[in-house]
Design a protein around this ligand. Sequence first.
Ligand SMILES: Cc1cc2nc3c(=O)[nH]c(=O)nc-3n(C[C@H](O)[C@H](O)[C@H](O)COP(=O)(O)OP(=O)(O)OC[C@H]3O[C@@H](n4cnc5c(N)ncnc54)[C@H](O)[C@@H]3O)c2cc1C
Length: 413
Amino acid sequence: MRREYRTVILGGGFAGAHVARILAEGSTAIVSPESSMLYTPLLPEVAAGAIEPRHVVVPLRMMCPEADLVVGRAVGLDEAVRTVAVESDVGPVEVGYERLVVALGSTARMLPIRGLRKHALPLKELADAIHLRNHVLRQLDLADADLDAAERHLTFVFAGAGYAGVEALAELKVLVDDAMHHYPRLAGVPQRWVLVSRGAAILQEAPERLGAYAADLLRRRGVDIRLGTSITSVTDGVVDLTDGTRLASETLVWTAGVTPNRAVAELGLPLDGRGRIIVDESLRVEGRTNVWAIGDCARVPNPATPEHPDPPTCQHALRQARAVVRSLRGGTAPYRYRSRGAGATLGRDRGIADVFGLQVRGRFAGLITRGYHLRHVPLRSRRLRILADGTLSIAFQRDIASLATIQVRRQTG
Ligand SMILES: Cc1cc2nc3c(=O)[nH]c(=O)nc-3n(C[C@H](O)[C@H](O)[C@H](O)COP(=O)(O)OP(=O)(O)OC[C@H]3O[C@@H](n4cnc5c(N)ncnc54)[C@H](O)[C@@H]3O)c2cc1C
């Protein structure tokens, strides 16, 4: 089967979907294995049950009505005949293009640590967030069923103290604290929450004052923060740290960085040492006139921050998407973007926000961060659903319904 388009976008994630939405042109196709775009910044709140999973995915057919959706995986590229090879559920599809935008994103970066791949729980996709929530709630049931092993089930280890790791820990701790009201047998069992980071501080991307506030808040909530520390091995029920600590735990949440999607290496485009596609200041792939690359899978130079390329964030992916559309429309201005700040939620309505040089902490910062996300989720219907979820989760305790048994049944058949 062959299909022809003027513009083909590989990847329907944050960067790719925004290119299609802003371009809003016929003869455009998005190649993506999923039919929805995931709004990742809200994944920690999905994992913690504050937001319904369906509400953080935006159907691409609604978000980009002018674009065609080719549901499948890009597995190869023949630049000589301008064709992308796609594997779909109905067989191979050849997708012809005049202009190609590569936005294949990233996956969790797994280090060569014994047992990591097998036991660590990543938080990158919607399925990860649903699985993590079910896993954590299941630990409470297991602790309740076997009091001798309860401390192990109530020890939660998080590796990686960037925004995703810190938010996930803070939000999941709220879920567990709320759920504990329904487990009277576990009242005397100590919980242990450990945040492990190789860095010298948590939230190093945030201004120092805000990172320090977040660390202080988490410590006051009983979180054990281990800086300059990493994981040496993970086995069934034990997590070993480089400082010699052995933690009896069934839960290691891994949010220690990302690496470009493996599919990128199949395209034959120029890559840097970290596997990212090399692009110039117009976001065109090095040496190409009709191929652009953006988002987490690209090494994007930015004159506003000459000391380093763009970090893998939604806010950069969105600005890059806008710049690609300008370039597709014939614009020649180079890409340039200076971040206007960032924010994180820390559970119990608290947060930190760094906006337009203003550093805010506490409830107001939590409100700013939620407001920012609400403004940036595409489609009003989705925004309202998220607003309703967030409001209900403040009014009531977290929903502790676990769907773990459904997952187990599906796996075992
Ligand atoms: C838990 C978490 C929290 C985050 N929080 C924030 C935050 O608060 N603020 C912020 O700015 N950033 C945040 N980020 C980072 C942000 O999610 C990424 O930087 C952003 O999603 C990058 O967009 P992208 O389009 O490059 O990649 P993605 O959004 O990952 O999209 C890649 C797309 O490519 C598709 N794809 C994969 N393989 C193929 C293939 N072979 N063929 C076709 N398509 C394929 C995928 O299905 C996906 O749709 C967070 C990330 C995570 C994981």
